[in-house]
Design a protein. Structure first.
Length: 480
């Protein structure tokens, strides 16, 4: 009954606006790990190739740089759509609060611009610049990627823990302190949790490609090196991510207690609160299904069973997530933690064996796990964003503006039409991205199978393989 009454006060535009925003966020976030972390992974491979004069490593770095450029182009499209949606779908928020947290979007724009220039220079520099110069020119690239992440996380952390302003008699923000608005209490934990999640995800996604090849019998140095460097990169950061995840959960417990209650489906404020693994919260506060572990939630929150945990009923029903939203947040949080735990076990398997015997695991189950780790990491990232955004409901600016107050006045029918058009465009964009990647893979396999450049009269121009080393003279008929 409470849910029905709450929905009656929500404008009709809210559902299509939230659906469109959720769709674009869910799809855009698929590209973000490669955009943030692939430049660093590529430069690690590049530096390894230069240091050891390893042509296989340089070839991998060059190919990854091509993937990086294509991914960045697609990411710019989806990211631009998101930027427009903030103004089109949520004019109430941008109109009132844009002066406070808008700088974050500006920093993200500068990050995108700088990254675009550096990617272009890096991609153009293969075979055209001296090896050391080419590598040094590309060194700022990972920092540009992190700058873009800095801007968007600064904006999001402000929405979760807003500060850096005072309100006048009309409820409008004045006396804005931009520094305090950017560096909110939750910014540090959220930023590093996000960045390391991108490192882990990009490493496992990249390594998963070569783990799949390894399972199919491709056991050459190309696949071994293509697997080892990104997987090692991800494995090193996996335990770090566990520590950071615990840190941000503790910050949510202190700064956003109602969101924490939704994450753990805690109905009434109490001590000795049990932990539920999954389960469903009902309107009367009962939980069905799941696995109940007595007192564990209080122990995790404050390291003591008598730690008091705020429940959802500590605030009025209009100021907290609905039971359906709380159940969703709880499930996404548990899925994220569960995937992280499995990835930690996989990383420990790899690390212990490497430190003990200096070799890769031989079990096909390890490589099956490694092949699935990339997809699992993306799912964990998606679950993390759902936990962050849905857990804040009904606030778009926590405890200062509700979603219903920020939504556009555009008719809901028009928004549904816009949503349908966005879906069509995204299907085309992501389909094109997949086609380009498959064509690149086919061309590279032709190059690897050919063993060397063929004369142009024997090979159609569209099928000429990339068999040259990244530096030095080009072979006759080779592509630039």
């Amino acid at each position: 009954m409470h849910t029905v009454l709450l929905l009656a006060d929500v404008p009709a535009q809210t559902l299509p606006a939230r659906s469109m925003m959720a769709f674009t966020l869910v799809t855009h976030i698929i590209l973000v790990p490669l955009g943030v972390a692939l430049p660093l992974i590529t430069l690690i491979m590049h530096g390894y190739g230069l240091r050891h004069r390893d042509t296989t490593a340089l070839l991998l770095a060059r190919r990854w740089s091509a993937v990086m450029a294509v991914q960045f182009a697609i990411g710019v499209v989806t990211g631009t759509v998101l930027s427009f949606e903030f103004g089109l779908l949520w004019p109430g928020m941008m109109g009132r609060w844009g002066d406070v947290f808008g700088l974050g979007f500006g920093v993200e724009g500068w990050g995108f611009f700088l990254e675009a220039v550096l990617i272009a220079v890096y991609l153009y520099g293969w075979r055209r610049l001296p090896a050391r110069t080419h590598f040094l020119v590309a060194l700022p690239l990972p920092f540009a990627a992190l700058l873009g992440a800095f801007g968007i996380i600064a904006a999001n952390s402000w929405m979760n823990t807003p500060r850096g302003f005072t309100l006048d008699a009309a409820g409008n923000p004045v006396d804005v302190d931009v520094r305090r608005a950017i560096f909110t209490p939750i910014f540090g934990p959220e930023y590093w949790h996000f960045v390391v999640a991108m490192f882990v995800t990009a490493g496992y996604v990249t390594a998963g490609v070569y783990a799949t090849g390894w399972l199919r019998g491709r056991r050459d140095r190309y696949h071994r090196l293509g697997f080892m460097i990104p997987f090692t990169f991800a494995a090193v950061f996996t335990p770090v991510q566990f520590v950071l995840g615990d840190s941000i959960a503790r910050q949510v417990f202190h700064k956003q207690p109602v969101k924490f209650a939704a994450m753990e489906i805690v109905w009434k404020t109490d001590t000795h609160v049990p932990e539920y693994l999954f389960g469903r919260l009902h309107a009367d506060g009962t939980v069905s299904g799941g696995i109940k572990i007595p007192q564990l939630d209080s122990i995790l929150a404050g390291f003591r069973p008598d730690t008091k945990v705020t429940g959802l009923t500590a605030v009025p029903a209009s100021d907290r997530p609905t039971t359906a939203q709380a159940t969703l947040v709880h499930w996404t949080f548990d899925i994220m933690v569960g995937i992280g735990s499995l990835l930690l076990l996989l990383a420990l398997w790899y690390g212990v064996l490497w430190l003990w015997r200096r070799r890769l695991p031989v079990s096909p189950w390890f490589f099956r796990g490694a092949a699935c780790a990339g997809v699992a990491s993306v799912v964990a990232v998606e679950c993390g964003w759902i936990t962050t955004e849905v857990g804040r409901q009904p606030w778009i600016v926590y405890q200062n503006m509700r979603v219903a107050e920020a939504v556009t006045a555009t008719r809901s029918a028009s928004l549904w039409i816009m949503f349908a058009l966005v879906v069509v465009v995204y299907v085309f964009v992501f389909g094109s991205f997949l086609v380009v990647l498959l064509k690149m893979r086919t061309r590279w396999r032709l190059a690897d199978a050919g063993g060397g450049p063929r004369p142009p009269e024997e090979t159609p121009q569209a099928e000429l393989p990339e068999t040259d080393t990244p530096y030095g003279p080009r072979s006759t008929g080779s592509r630039p």
